[in-house]
Write a protein that binds this ligand. Structure first.
Ligand code: ADP
Length: 491
């Protein structure tokens, strides 16, 4: 009998979810479960790795039961995960030696400052495509090896395993210690040109090779798992943002996606060429399929949908995030009001940690609807700033922008995004693009889908937003926005 589903395990920062996709890439069933966020000190964030595995496994079991699907009906499992979060465990027992250090955790900022002061940032950029920052796994692993008694010696002796969350889940599912190219490229330990762990960085951070996982293709059977009964092949591993790019069927150079969540993550496929950024974007491996690696440029907006949360929770202007669309639609435009949500400084391409939020252009006639509209527009203006940097770095035009994430449901925001960019914005039918990407990668590996062309065929648009502004209007709006950004940096 032909197996009918792919099971995607989507391990996120605040919840674990499992989704069953059918041959048409439609969701058959899904299940999610949150887990505890641990804040041992201000600026520090940890997860319990056992809780991650427990919630991931229980959502997978639940989705099978609730979907009325037996493990024998699953062609493959695909894994996608919160990136950079770092776990170290005992190879012999599978027991973690410490909580996972989460990507958001700033405990190693001091180490990074020191390494930067010593001029190591340039080496890091050249080798890994990243900026030297506490966000990536390298200094988190270094911290664990330094602070857990005996860890470095045990790591050198091969008794410990390091992994990002894909690796942790794979180890629990199959006993194999491996990661994929996309996750490896976020560790700040991986040379994205040589496609190997980087000896210079390992030596500088005193990280033994023996602790590192093998690097595998993002799409390909690693092993079978019997965690759910009958054996099922685990056939893909991919970091969440790269997986979303794949789930958008953004397979060609120049293809771009933006995920509108708490922040926004913009990725552009740059094909087999890693492109260095002159605008503070990072270069990353999109995925490795067969023996070919493809690259992406990535930029993020720190405060995206979170500005709407802020209007709701702190300012009391909205009762729900979704209400923002209806309120903003009460006025034809923001009436010259600009809101720059630089609550935690500004990311790419401005990189100003000292900028702070502002609202400009207020008049006696400005009201709630104008402010809400300006807040929504700030999400698309900031995303457009990142996209313009990508266009400049890649010297390529972007034909269209594919969108996903919670705030992509907002039609007014998507229309403004198309207007500001002057290109169509395409929203897919499946909003769970991250999980869909993992399913696509796994499905390709086992022949569930025969080719990327077949995936292009099953990928369905929900709605296309066409740009409506004349170029003069677009230029004027961007100029006003840029002036507002300048003011936010003078505070
Ligand atoms: P994350 O995965 O980062 O938690 P989601 O993809 O679930 O985020 O998106 C949630 C974010 O999107 C929240 O910040 C919320 O304020 C915003 N959001 C959700 N729905 C809408 C909407 N209809 N309009 C505008 N913003 C929205």
């Amino acid at each position: 009998m032909r197996q009918r589903y792919i099971l995607a395990l989507d391990q996120g920062t605040t919840s674990s979810r499992s989704i069953l996709f059918d041959q048409d890439a439609a969701i058959h069933a899904s299940s999610a479960e949150p887990f505890e966020q641990i804040y041992p000190q201000p600026g520090w964030v940890e997860h319990d790795p056992e809780a991650i595995w427990r919630t991931q496994r229980s959502t997978a079991e639940r989705v099978l039961t609730e979907g009325g699907v037996s493990p024998a009906d699953i062609a493959a499992i695909g894994i996608t995960n919160q990136r950079e979060t770092t776990v170290v465990w005992e190879r012999a027992t599978g027991k973690p030696i410490h909580n996972a250090i989460v990507w958001q955790c700033r405990r190693t900022a001091g180490i990074c400052d020191q390494l930067s002061a010593e001029g190591f940032g340039e080496e890091v950029g050249k080798r890994t495509g990243l900026v030297l920052d506490a966000y990536f796994s390298a200094t988190k692993l270094m911290w664990l090896l330094e602070h857990v008694p005996g860890a470095r010696e045990r790591a050198e002796a091969g008794e410990l395993c390091f992994g990002t969350i894909d690796t942790w889940l794979l180890f629990n599912l199959t006993g194999i210690h491996a990661t994929d190219y996309s996750n490896a490229s976020r560790t700040m330990l991986y040379n994205i040109h040589d496609l190997d762990w980087d000896d210079t960085i390992l030596a500088r951070l005193s990280i033994p090779r023996a602790v590192l996982p093998q690097v595998r293709p993002s799409s390909g059977v690693v092993a079978e798992t019997t965690a759910f009964g009958a054996p099922i092949p685990v056939a893909s591993l991919c970091g969440d943002q790269q997986s979303a790019l794949f789930g958008q069927a953004a397979f060609d150079p120049g293809d771009c996606k933006n995920t509108y969540g708490t922040g926004c993550f913009v990725l552009m496929n740059t094909g087999d060429q890693p492109i260095d950024s002159n605008h503070g974007l990072v270069t990353t491996i999109a995925w490795g399929v067969d023996d070919t690696v493809e690259y992406a440029l990535e930029g993020s907006v720190f405060i995206g949908g979170a500005v709407i949360q802020w209007l709701r929770d702190e300012m009391g202007l909205l009762s729900s995030a979704a209400e923002s669309e209806e309120v903003a639609a009460q006025v034809p435009g923001a009436g010259g009001v600009y809101l720059v949500p630089a609550f935690v400084g500004l990311g790419a391409p401005h990189w100003d940690m000292h900028a702070r939020g502002i609202i400009t252009g207020l008049t006696r006639g400005s009201g709630r609807a104008h402010v809400v509209r300006a807040a929504l527009e700030s999400i698309s203006f900031q995303s457009a700033d990142v996209l313009r940097s990508m266009v400049a770095d890649a010297s390529a035009e972007i034909p269209r922008l594919r969108v996903d994430g919670g705030a992509a449901a907002n039609n007014l925001l998507m229309q403004h995004q198309a207007d500001v960019l002057g290109i169509p914005v395409v929203r897919g039918q499946v909003i769970e693009t991250t999980a869909l990407g993992a399913a696509f990668l796994a499905g390709l590996a086992v022949g569930f889908w025969p080719s990327r062309d077949a995936l292009r065929g099953v990928w369905q648009a929900d709605r296309v937003f066409e740009p409506t502004w004349e170029p003069e209007r677009r230029d004027r709006e961007i100029l006003e926005w840029t002036n507002a950004i300048k003011r936010s940096r003078l505070l």
